[in-house]
Design a protein around this ligand. Structure first.
Ligand code: 5AD
Ligand code: SF4
Length: 464
């Protein structure tokens, strides 16, 4: 009998990947994904702990779910298994068990391959099953090879965890030490994804460019070499990777941007701040000028590379002059897109106990100023495309009838009227307008691009 599984995912792309893999682990037990929690046989909250209020959000969600669980208990098919997974579970597992004893399973990011055993235990016994170990074995060695399709654009985790210990960040504590999956395992997973219809793969890791592994020839491979290997897979048309650390941007990876056509010209390379004093306090181990020089080298290799980044404003002790240095760095680099956050003290991290915490109003006003600058850069970047044709990989149907959504090589969302036959294909689209967060375009009739021998050319009708 099939059972209904609902997973709610917060946070980063790694969590999205983990949720997909949890569904893969549960599929042999009869669980099939559904779109809403009410009436589900299992509900998993896959949580994020990176910034504020994460735990409160989880507890308020649990309050709602408890009512659904109680309602289901009164019906004939009885039980809803309720689980909290991810980084809040890892960091605050015991508190969850104490405060919400109706939760059946609490497990962190490194143990979800043991879900079948946890489910069996939870079914037998009353009380919560808590599993927040960092096991010696890698979950990747135990996850099923059979995976549900991730669609045209898929995530593939290659690296996990972090040894950098930036002083603001919980990741080294919730995800654990840096770990690289073996090259062979990654290539095999990529081939399976492509066989299932995937055309674009985003390689994931908290420090993805720290990935390293043994190549079949006995030499040590870095991420650049791995990307070259993946580019050999027929039918894999686009490769991306995220998130990178400036310290791990190896020469070969930079060269790959020049030499591998499937590697897309977009790079998310967080710098966090533009003041050397703050960068040192953050334990980033590089200066603002190191970052400028690195971006220069990347742009020499790939002149049209679109840059993205993460920024934190209001780090403890940040002065007006420090913040001005961040604005200066942003102006110097010119971002196509970026994420910016107010500093949020995370329990257990060194910066959270720094005496020089800044008032909320200062953080607010700095965030507003930074976002204004970043938005202006994004708008200018997108406007530069109006009137140009760009190759778009359509990966979803749009909200409006007859519309498809896809991405340009530079990660812009593009929508256009297009026949559903074009899903999964790279099509030339003329950009008609640049909106705040996307481009609107028209499919250029008759023009069609593919690097893949798996996709026979199609002739587009005028109505395409
Ligand atoms: N406060 C604010 N932002 C944070 N980030 C990580 N930790 C914190 C924190 N304590 C941001 C960083 C990181 C992104 C994923 O989240 O910019 O790159
Ligand atoms: Fe956190 Fe720094 Fe590691 Fe990124 S590099 S995950 S910001 S500790």
């Amino acid at each position: 009998m099939t059972k209904k599984l609902f997973i709610k995912t917060w946070g980063c792309q790694m969590n999205v990947y983990d949720s997909a893999r949890m569904a893969d682990v549960l599929a042999p037990l009869g669980y099939q994904p559904v779109d809403e929690p009410d009436g589900a046989d299992m509900v998993i909250l896959n949580t994020c702990h990176i910034r504020e209020k994460a735990a409160e959000k989880v507890f308020s969600e649990l309050g709602r779910l408890r009512q659904m669980k109680d309602r289901k208990a009164e019906t004939e098919d009885g039980r809803m298994i309720l689980a909290v997974a991810g980084c809040v579970a890892q960091a605050e597992g015991e508190e969850i068990v104490a405060r919400a004893p109706f939760v059946d399973m609490v497990f962190g990011p490194q143990t979800y391959h043991t879900l079948p055993e946890m489910v069996a235990k939870a079914s037998r016994a009353a009380g919560s099953v808590l599993n927040t170990d960092f096991p010696a074995e890698s979950k990747f060695d135990f996850l099923p090879e059979e995976a549900g399709s991730q669609g045209v654009s898929a995530f593939l985790a290659v690296q996990e965890g972090c040894d950098k210990f930036c002083t603001f960040c919980v990741v080294p504590y919730t995800r654990g030490a840096e770990f690289s999956r073996p090259a062979e395992q990654i290539v095999a997973e990529a081939k399976r994804l492509v066989a299932g219809g995937t055309r674009e793969i985003t390689l994931l890791g908290q420090n993805v460019n720290a990935w390293h592994g043994d190549g079949p020839d006995g030499s040590t491979w870095g991420l650049g070499r791995l990307i070259r290997e993946l580019a050999e897979i027929d039918g894999l048309e686009r490769i991306r990777y995220t998130t990178s650390h400036p310290r791990d941007m190896a020469d070969d990876l930079i060269r790959a941007h020049a030499e591998v056509p499937q590697l897309m010209p977009y790079l998310h390379l967080p710098v966090q701040a533009g003041s050397d004093r703050i960068l040192a306090a953050m334990n980033r181990k590089h200066s603002a000028d190191d970052y400028r020089r690195l971006v220069d080298r990347l742009r020499s290799a790939k002149p049209d590379l679109a840059m993205s980044g993460d920024f934190i404003v209001g780090f403890p002790g940040e002065s007006d002059a420090d913040f001005a240095a961040t604005l200066k760095l942003v102006t110097d680099i010119g971002y196509a897109q970026a994420y910016s956050f107010k500093y949020s003290p995370r329990p257990g991290t060194p910066a959270s106990v720094d005496g020089a915490q800044l008032p909320e109003e200062v953080k607010e006003s700095r965030l507003a100023a930074l976002q204004q600058l970043l938005n202006a850069q994004q708008v200018a970047f997108n406007h530069g495309f109006v009137g140009r044709s760009v190759p778009v990989l359509f990966d979803r149907v749009g909200r409006r009838d007859g519309q498809l959504l896809g991405r340009s090589p530079w990660m812009q969302s593009v929508h256009a009227e297009a026949n559903e036959r074009l899903l999964g294909r790279i099509v030339e689209v003329r950009v008609d307008a640049a909106l705040a967060n996307s481009l609107a375009g028209t499919v250029v009739t008759g023009e069609y691009i593919t690097a893949s021998p798996l996709q026979p050319a199609v002739t587009l009708e005028a109505s395409a």
